[in-house]
Design a protein around this ligand. Structure first.
Ligand SMILES: Cc1cc2nc3c(=O)[nH]c(=O)nc-3n(C[C@H](O)[C@H](O)[C@H](O)COP(=O)(O)OP(=O)(O)OC[C@H]3O[C@@H](n4cnc5c(N)ncnc54)[C@H](O)[C@@H]3O)c2cc1C
Length: 386
């Protein structure tokens, strides 16, 4: 075996690491993934009609980090794309994060009083936490806060399959109210989609012959860990290089302290005749239906095809023993999970020959740009010294 690094997981984290190790540090890299494709949850593909579909749900690249944007620009050209989302609540479509337009749509009878109260109390362009609105002494602002809180509560309960008792932990994750008419979902400087899709960009990132990609293989079939002596074996031979692990940290430690919780999704695609199916790329349904959201892919890809693909997204609990729901999508950011993760983190710190990085290994809902940023930092620091 002649690899300097083995990377478990060919998502954006593992791919960025493989690319940089091979191209910048001239290392030999083995990249393993149990799925049949590269790209992890950012994977996309063209269907028979030329529609670009994001298999695991819609992904929009957004960042304020010019270094990250320039780095990925080496592997793709971009489409400018300003993402907007709408929540359909009690049959009204409302832009989220909430802003002045959302107030007009959601609470039309009281919107003038609410907006006057907001302008008297806060600065234009300020972002006001929902908690602050709910606690306001002004009755109009409080009314708005309670309304937004109700909508987001329904959303989080459904998405994460949590109960009322756990909701308080999510209040600070509710998008703050924006004192503006800006309906874009993200405020980031760069909001783009790769011109030919994420998979195309990833393929370019992995073109160095120093990178070997093995798909359809669970790392457990190839790698054995001697936990006591912190040694790693690849196909029964001791591996003296460095392991980069981007899979689930609890799986790495054989669930020694118990399982971290995730939500999972069931995604159903339907091809529709016509350029678009709905009034926006993504519409969420916090209360009416079992589904969380519907995505219309022609908006995301900028296609001008006569058909579009619509994706219906249903939330389910992650269960590693159930084929229908064994993909971990969102870590469930509850105190009990953070405490459990800290126990695994402590164990992982003892493995000097393993780096745990990425959404699953850090048990954090990292955005794509954050994954890239973390890896680029590691390349300049830790990995350049190994
Ligand atoms: C529905 C959804 C929408 C999102 N939308 C956005 C968005 O719009 N913008 C944005 O910036 N971010 C978005 N994100 C976040 C984005 O998906 C993550 O930032 C990114 O996928 C994390 O990459 P990763 O490589 O760390 O993890 P992953 O993409 O999960 O990759 C991990 C890889 O490890 C592999 N693996 C796991 N276990 C094993 C094993 N035992 N053996 C072998 N391989 C294994 C998996 O198969 C997977 O390919 C979204 C996330 C979700 C779930």
């Amino acid at each position: 075996m002649c690899f300097d690094y083995i990377i478990v997981g060919a998502g954006i984290t593992g791919i960025t690491a493989a690319e940089e190790l091979a191209n910048v540090l001239d290392k030999k890299v083995l990249l393993i993934d149990k799925r049949e494709h590269i790209g992890g949850n950012c994977y996309d593909y063209l269907d028979d009609n030329g529609n670009l579909i994001h298999k695991y749900g819609p992904h929009v690249f957004h960042t304020d980090n010019t270094h990250v944007y320039n780095f990925l620009s080496l592997f793709t050209r971009w489409n400018n794309y300003s993402h907007k989302i709408l929540f359909k609540y009690n049959d009204t479509l409302v832009p989220v994060p909430f802003n002045f337009i959302s107030v007009d749509k959601a609470l039309p009878e009281d919107s003038e009083e609410i907006k006057i109260a907001l302008i008297e109390e806060y600065e234009i362009n300020e972002k006001i936490p929902i908690r602050k609105l709910v606690q306001s002494e002004n009755e109009h602002i409080k009314q708005l806060g309670n309304h937004i809180y109700e909508i987001f509560s329904e959303h989080f309960k459904k998405l994460y399959q949590i109960g009322d008792d756990e909701l308080s932990e999510f209040v600070d994750k509710m998008f703050p109210f924006r004192m503006s008419y800006d309906c874009r979902y993200y405020n980031a400087m760069y909001q783009v989609e790769p011109l030919h899709g994420y998979s195309y960009m990833f393929k370019n990132m992995l073109s160095n012959p120093n990178i070997t990609v093995v798909l359809n293989r669970d790392y457990n079939d190839l790698i054995r860990i001697d936990y006591e002596n912190k040694r790693i074996f690849y196909e029964d031979e001791e591996f003296n290089g460095h392991l980069i692990f981007t899979g689930m940290i609890d799986e790495f430690f054989k669930y020694k302290y118990g399982e971290l919780e995730y939500n999972s999704l069931i995604l159903e695609n339907e091809e529709i005749n016509g350029k678009t199916f709905q009034d926006n790329s993504v519409i969420y349904y916090p209360n009416q239906y079992h589904l969380t959201r519907v995505t219309d892919y022609n908006y995301l890809s900028g296609n001008t095809l006569d058909t579009t693909v619509v994706q219906f997204e249903y939330p389910v609990k992650y269960d590693r023993n159930d084929k229908e729901q064994n993909i971990p999508y969102y870590p469930i950011d509850l105190k009990r999970n953070r405490q459990l993760y800290e126990k695994y983190k402590k164990l992982s710190d003892e493995f000097m020959n393993v780096t745990f990085v990425g959404r699953l290994a850090q048990y954090e809902l990292l955005q794509m740009d954050e994954c890239v940023e973390i890896v680029l930092d590691l390349i300049n620091t830790k990995f350049s010294e190994i």
